[in-house]
Write a protein that binds this ligand. Structure first.
Ligand SMILES: Nc1ncnc2c1ncn2[C@@H]1O[C@H](COP(=O)(O)OP(=O)(O)OP(=O)(O)O)[C@@H](O)[C@H]1O
Ligand SMILES: [Mg+2]
Length: 483
């Protein structure tokens, strides 16, 4: 255990499991980060051993998803590479291991405080008896045990709330005798049903209020700005409607770079002093590819906090009266301005990737949005940077998040170049899988019947897409003429 910032030493844990379970464990530990920190994750036995060697954790948590792993054998290898690490195992094949293999078993259904207590106890077994004058760390273990006790016995006899274990490894000490009937598994609550994608309601004819589509993720670098800028252009070109892009990444906005309009002199900074009205907006907005009007973020990060929530509300209100669709790019954190905008948005495109921390972040964001009362029907999950061979299936992530993806966006090596040159993928590579997937998002967001010049659908034909490609070609010509 290493000393944390306060008096309580922080236990460093290495988690080895499938992605779905890793996210669960991270979530359980999230509220106890002052006591337990995850110093590494691994998805298979060889990775666990390598990670343990590098990170020298206090505790290794072997989850049930380490398929094919033998707890006894893995423990022996871990002892060799990280002799001080204690092992908590959720593997079911630990029975019969010798008492000195250093493994304490815990149940899969272990609750959050029980898991924390188990980790703390494994790391410091002698701390389990609380005497007057006990250290903060000792008390915290006892307190967590008390919390666990109030939750019933969701943990197996081998688990956290068991009496103090001797420092020596003791998997057998917690196993039932061979002839005893196996304990009944604890009741496991049925998971929430997976939220399915619901069809979007077409705009009512004559609707004057523009629709706001917010793009967000709690993680940086996942592709929010790539999606937001391409979506804005694709919306303008595909639906032939008036589109604005609002860059709410007030400190580090990229919309100007992504659309090659970063030389435009006016930004949202104007509205620190000026009143937001149609006239001032028209003056401040830049014009990007496809005719998208863009409100750029301030030029310097220090101006960000001068942009108030009220100002952003007024900006959106004005934009809604003049534009059919307003795409909003956001930073990787949720602040008051972003939350406010999300709450009033018509759709929130929540971006995630296959990265475990991004999935975890998406899960926290979904939970937070639920707590905030945001209707799940307005949330659209997008899986970005999909490559042909991923170690994790899309459905696995959907199970973790209990949310179906609207779509996935392919990884495309041309994106870097598109970002560097400020020429959106949907214009520069309109036939690429990524551009077609972006168009699919547009088709979902703006069903054909909602479009100003929607042609009558021809059954069985690919007419809308053909039209879109023609428009892209025109736009490319437009770009060339204007560059
Ligand atoms: N579909 C994709 N295919 C290939 N690369 C991608 C894709 N999406 C995003 N990227 C890569 O990720 C980088 C970061 O994307 P982007 O700037 O959109 O992320 P972000 O979520 O907006 O980050 P930040 O929170 O820092 O603003 C891009 O410059 C590009 O290299
Ligand atoms: Mg960004």
């Amino acid at each position: 255990m290493r000393d944390g910032q306060g008096a309580v030493p922080v236990t460093q844990v290495l988690i080895a499991d499938q992605i779905a379970h890793i996210v669960e464990h991270l979530e359980k530990l999230a509220d106890f980060s002052d006591m337990v920190q995850v110093c590494g994750i691994a998805r298979e036995p060889t990775e666990v051993v390598d990670e343990a060697r590098t990170r020298q954790p206090d505790v290794v948590l072997l989850g049930p998803g380490i398929a094919g792993a033998d707890a006894h054998e893995l423990a022996a290898q871990l002892h060799e590479v990280a002799p001080d690490a204690r092992i908590l195992s959720m593997l079911s094949n630990g029975n019969g291991s010798s008492p000195d293999n250093g493994v304490t078993r815990v149940a899969q259904s272990i609750s959050a405080p029980e898991l924390v207590a188990a980790i703390r106890r494994a790391a410091a077994p002698h701390d389990t008896v609380v005497e007057p004058g006990a250290t903060a760390a000792e008390r915290s273990v006892a307190e967590l045990d008390a919390i666990a006790a109030t939750r019933g016995s969701a943990v197996a006899p081998a688990a956290a709330a068991a009496p103090a274990a001797p420092p020596a490894p003791h998997i057998d000490a917690v196993d039932a005798p061979p002839d005893a009937a196996p304990p009944a598994p604890p009741p496991v609550a049925a998971p929430d049903p997976i939220h399915e994608v619901v069809p979007r309601q077409p705009r009512t004819p004559g609707q004057v209020r523009g629709e706001v589509f917010v793009v967000h993720s709690g993680k940086g670098g996942v592709g929010k700005s790539v999606l937001a800028s391409n979506l804005a252009v694709a919306l303008a070109v595909e639906t032939n409607s008036k589109v604005a892009l609002l860059d709410l990444d007030l400190q580090h906005g990229d919309a100007g770079v992504m659309l090659h309009i970063d030389a435009h002199p006016d930004t949202m900074e104007e509205f620190i002093t000026a009143t937001v009205d149609q006239e001032s907006l028209h003056r401040v907005l830049a014009t990007g590819p496809g005719g998208v009007r863009v409100l750029l973020a301030p030029n310097t990060p220090d101006k960000a906090e001068s942009i108030s929530r009220t100002t952003v509300r007024s900006i959106l209100q004005e934009l809604r009266t003049r534009y059919d669709h307003i795409v909003v790019d956001t930073p990787a954190h949720l602040d008051a301005v972003v939350l406010d905008t999300i709450q009033s948005a018509d759709a929130l495109l929540l971006v995630t990737t296959f990265n475990v921390t991004t999935v975890k972040s998406a899960r926290s964001t979904l939970r937070l949005l639920r707590t905030l009362g945001v209707d799940s029907g307005r949330i659209l999950l997008i899986l970005n940077q999909m490559r042909p061979r991923m170690s994790v299936a899309r459905t696995e992530i959907e199970e973790v998040l209990r949310f179906r993806m609207l779509t996935q966006l392919s990884y495309d090596p041309h994106v870097d170049d598109a970002v560097d040159t400020g020429r959106p993928m949907v214009l520069n590579h309109p036939r690429s899988p990524l551009s077609r997937e972006l168009i699919d998002i547009v088709r979902y967001l703006v069903p054909a019947v909602s479009r100003p010049d929607a042609p009558a659908p021809v059954e069985g034909s690919d007419r809308p897409h053909a039209l879109a490609l023609r428009r892209f070609a025109l736009s490319r010509r437009w770009l060339r003429m204007n560059s």
